[in-house]
Design a protein around this ligand. Sequence first.
Ligand code: SF4
Ligand code: SF4
Length: 305
Amino acid sequence: MKTPLILDIKGNSLDDGPGIRSVVFFKGCPLSCFWCHNPESKKIQQEIAFESGECIACDTCISVCPEQALSRDNPFFIDRSRCTLCFQCTDQCPTNAIRPVGSMLSVDDILAGVMKDKPFFDTSGGGVTFSGGEPTLNMDFLAELAGKIRKQGIHVLLETCGLFDFQMFSEKIHPHVDTLYMDIKLMNNQDHLRYCGIENTRILDNFQKLSRLYAGSGKELLPRIPLIPGITDSESNLSETALFLLDCGAERVSLLPYHPLWQEKNRTIGIGAIHENQNSMASFLPRERMDACRSIFMQKGITIV
Ligand code: SF4
Ligand code: SF4
């Protein structure tokens, strides 16, 4: 069984499902949505990140780097074409300003990590959420982990982009997951290809199949739509999405508010401006726009959660 890289395990989350939750972030995603609020999770390989705000300019990292890959003349500090990922700099940094992104943890390591918070799950109706990146890139690992966690009486929630082999999902993952959150981003195939790096055909097909799988199962399937200014929040995209969801029998939807923090996070892993409208995406979606987006679904009888 392949062991994936884990980006982080975040405890005490109130934003990733019911109750107090521990969130396990997997590294690697088959999509490449440029607004990804977790850009460190996109690449499946390990990398290093640099946060200038944490750096005390001791220059230890510069002096230990055998490849001369670090320089204050470089706007991103790290020359990734020279870096061999030897991690000598990250080992020596006193503040963690330069740090490795992604570590290999076993199923039992993760289980032990989340079990510490079981009392919080029990008292709050919470549990464990798998997020990313895309956890289903590692079906066997995820199945074993989710199965072991659920055996402890812990609620398991999976957040997915929906791009997976449906048969494998229904056989390996579905039995071990109580709740599935699945993102639907753009109904237009060409827009999906342009902004998410891949066509949407399989994702929409999977959502239709999942709707049938979850109907009457006692488990929850919740579609989520990230509201990205000027891209996914258009009247036409949301109306078409609402009709698609109704057609699939969905009665509830979650609209995810836009967060511009991704632009700063991109810089820490060496990614500069990647979209022509990036400046207009520097602020949160105004409340009036959020309300207008909500009303598109509510008018069609879909409940916003
Ligand atoms: S990981 Fe190694 S090669 Fe890369 S910047 Fe750090 S010390 Fe240099
Ligand atoms: S070792 Fe850490 S704190 Fe010191 S210069 Fe490098 S990144 Fe900054």
